[in-house]
Design a protein around this ligand. Structure first.
Ligand code: PRP
Ligand code: URA
Length: 208
């Protein structure tokens, strides 16, 4: 069964308050989304395996630990892009794949319109990222897409989730761990998370 981890940290809570505020402007919204994603990366990668490597310091040779597997972030376009820079700041060797999904506004069904992944997804740790886990349709379809390309070690990383989205991921992908910055109450009648933060893609890219 999937592990659901809600990150509980004062800095994340503080920044979540900023991005939930409807008066936050696009620049500040984008910066805080990235910063929250970066803070989350620390916890999400806690159990990654390492290998020993010899390093020469200015004083002597020593054995250090470095990541032993590739880490690949796969943002679900568009809104997932808002989390990439923050994670890349923390994981310098990160590789990036892309998957484009949009939700039909009437049916709320996801539609894939673009996919490009590095070959390392087969043996690496794949972080599928999207700030919003609403019905869970987009996240579920994106995870199915990376599994089809051979990915085995996959985690979902979002900012705001709700019970409906978690139930959908647990049903479709019980093998995937879910990491969220906050767990909200419910979906409204038009598929938005309540209280949520509104349309994340529009707020990131200033398109509303
Ligand atoms: C939003 C959001 C997620 C999806 C979540 O994307 O960024 O991808 O909805 O909803 P779901 O869990 O019900 O599938 P949207 O379709 O608005 O596209 P955008 O990111 O391009 O704005
Ligand atoms: N997508 C968003 O951007 N916001 C929501 O609340 C739900 C889906």
């Amino acid at each position: 069964m999937a592990k659901v981890k809600i990150l509980d940290h004062p800095l994340i809570d503080h920044k979540m308050a900023i991005i939930r505020n409807k008066n936050t402007d696009t620049k500040s919204f984008r910066e805080n989304v990235n910063e929250i994603a970066g803070l989350m990366a620390f916890e999400i990668t806690r159990d990654l395996s390492t290998k020993e490597m010899e390093v020469e310091t200015p004083i002597t040779k020593t054995i250090c630990k470095v990541l032993s597997k590739d880490v690949i972030v796969v943002p679900i376009l568009r809104a997932g892009l808002g989390m990439v820079d923050g994670i890349q700041m923390i994981i310098p060797t990160l590789k990036v794949g892309h998957i484009g999904m949009y939700r039909d506004e009437e049916t709320l069904e996801p539609h894939e319109y673009y996919a490009k992944f590095p070959k390392e997804i087969v043996d690496g740790t794949v972080l599928v990222v999207d700030p919003m886990l609403a019905t869970g349709g987009s996240a579920s379809a994106a995870i199915t897409a990376v599994k089809k390309r051979g990915a085995k070690d996959i985690r979902f990383v979002g900012l705001v989730g709700c019970p409906e989205g978690i139930a959908r991921l647990e049903k479709d992908h019980p093998d995937i761990d879910i990491y969220l910055a906050a767990m909200d109450e419910k979906l409204n009648e038009i598929g938005y998370i309540v209280p949520g933060l509104g349309d994340c893609g529009d707020r990131l890219f200033g398109t509303k």
